[in-house]
Design a protein around this ligand. Structure first.
Ligand code: UGA
Length: 434
């Protein structure tokens, strides 16, 4: 099939490359020329495991040439379906900001005005239930002068890709959700996904666009709440002198609970859980429903960095002293620092008058935009040298393996936010929730 993907962010670039790998011909449209050039050279514009190999295989010279990138919307006209993968940031009150999606839909609609044949538009971005039907579809109709369901199809296909393992998650999905408001759109989405469904036996959920949109929010809300619940339990364990990880291992054996997402610690960050829980809570409030569980999940999450810092305060006064932050990415395997727990941790250290020295294997450059004035070390050993405390924020494997490096600290106080390192004699060691 000939497919187009609008947007070359974490999701757009990944699905464009994966669609090409499934055998489709794909054009990826983005306004950023640098990103477009990188893709056309077969190079990954973001850090994502497995993506460089797929881009080398399908874009640039000596490739299958099944993937191309462009800044020109007119190239969509040569494709059968378009996936909209544009950002959905949040407004100050946490509610979703659809303006980028709306601008993209208007441009797509105006382009489709020149197409005589049927075309299916699929919303891939995470949007509040009803957005596709009530906001995006009317814009497409207005700008194209066509009628949805008659001249073009509308679908919604939420993604469940985790940053860092997105390529693997795409190619081996737990489920494929196909939301469509007309039969032809559903058939087109099947044509896109059937090669994947056949090769993986993934269960398929066919539904309307509104339900597909809610499935995505429910999925992320549930997982975010699960982490906050294990953090709440972990905090109680800590107070009662119980090892939270031993408890989590045991309850994870219950099929109804499941072993995943039971790692207690600093809590969730990233671009998805914080934004999506905020958006669905704001949408609930607009309908005069108080989402008590999701409010509590957010509150627990906001408290964890404060708790980490207070454990440090119990052992050392850091005013004027060097303090090391180990890990800046919101989780291992990515250079993404959006909503990373490192941000409130560094802010807390600055409020205490500490001299912050940070280390991350790949995310330091991105964090420099938030904190241009802290020190960034080239290695954990350099970061720990003469430090009065070390705070573990991201459980990168490299950080879990640290050992002798702690010997260079001025006072060996380590507060571990992720249960990353093993206890050692001679170190004052605090786990956040255990
Ligand atoms: C999340 C979902 O897992 C994906 O299914 C979804 O597609 C994606 O959001 C999205 O909406 O685009 P992601 O944000 O990449 O993926 O990261 P996760 O692996 O889910 O981790 C989220 C946060 O929870 C991280 O900060 C992680 O450190 C934290 N976490 C996760 C824990 O603190 N404990 C756990 O046991 C698991």
């Amino acid at each position: 099939m000939h497919l187009s993907v609008v947007g070359s962010g974490y999701v757009g670039t990944t699905i464009a490359a994966c669609f090409a790998d499934l055998g489709h011909d794909v054009v990826n449209v983005d306004i950023d020329e640098e990103i477009v050039d990188a893709i056309n050279a077969g190079e990954a514009p973001i850090h994502e495991d497995g993506l460089p190999e797929l881009l080398e295989k399908h874009a640039g010279s000596n490739s299958t040439n099944r993937l191309r990138a462009t800044t020109d919307y007119a190239e969509l006209l040569n494709t059968d379906a378009t996936f909209l993968c544009l950002p959905t940031p949040q407004n100050d009150d946490g509610s979703i900001d659809l303006s980028i999606m709306e601008t993209g839909a208007a441009q797509l609609g105006a382009t489709l005005a020149d197409k005589d044949d049927w075309h299916t538009v699929v919303v891939k971005s995470t949007v509040i239930p009803g957005s596709t039907e009530d906001k995006i579809t009317p814009i497409l109709e207005r700008e194209s002068n066509k009628i949805a369901g008659e001249d073009f199809g509308i679908g919604m296909n939420p993604e469940f890709l985790r940053e860092g393992t997105a390529v693997h998650d795409f190619l081996d999905p737990d489920k494929v959700v196909l939301g469509a408001d007309d039969d032809r759109a559903l058939a087109d989405m099947h044509e896109v996904f059937d090669p994947l469904i056949d090769q993986t036996d993934a269960p398929v959920v066919e539904t309307d666009t509104r339900t597909a949109e809610m499935i995505k929010y429910a999925n992320n809300s549930f997982l975010a709440a699960k982490v906050s619940l294990i953090n709440d339990i972990g905090n109680i364990c800590k107070e009662l002198g119980v090892d939270a990880y031993e408890v989590a291992d045991a309850i994870g054996l219950d099929d109804r609970i499941g072993a995943q997402f039971l790692r207690s610690g600093l809590g969730w960050g990233g671009s998805c859980f914080p934004k999506d829980t905020a958006a669905i809570r704001a949408a609930a409030r607009q309908h005069e429903y108080e989402p008590l569980m999701l409010d509590a999940a957010t509150e627990v999450n906001d408290e964890q960095p404060t708790r980490l810092l207070s454990f440090m305060d119990d052992h050392v006064d850091v005013r004027g002293k060097r303090v090391t932050v180990l890990g800046l990415a919101f989780k291992p395997g990515t250079d993404d620092v959006r909503n990373s727990r490192a941000i409130p941790v560094i802010e807390g250290l600055q409020q205490r008058g500490a001299k912050v020295v940070a280390y991350d294997p790949i995310a330091a450059e991105n964090m420099r935009e938030h904190f241009p004035n802290i020190q960034y070390a080239e290695s954990p050993a350099a970061a720990l040298d003469s430090a009065s405390a070390a705070l573990i924020v991201t459980d990168w494997e490299e950080i879990t393996l640290l050992d002798k490096e702690f010997d260079a600290m001025a006072t060996p106080v380590v507060v571990d936010g992720r249960r990353a390192i093993d206890r050692r004699d001679g170190i004052v060691y605090e786990g956040l929730t255990w």
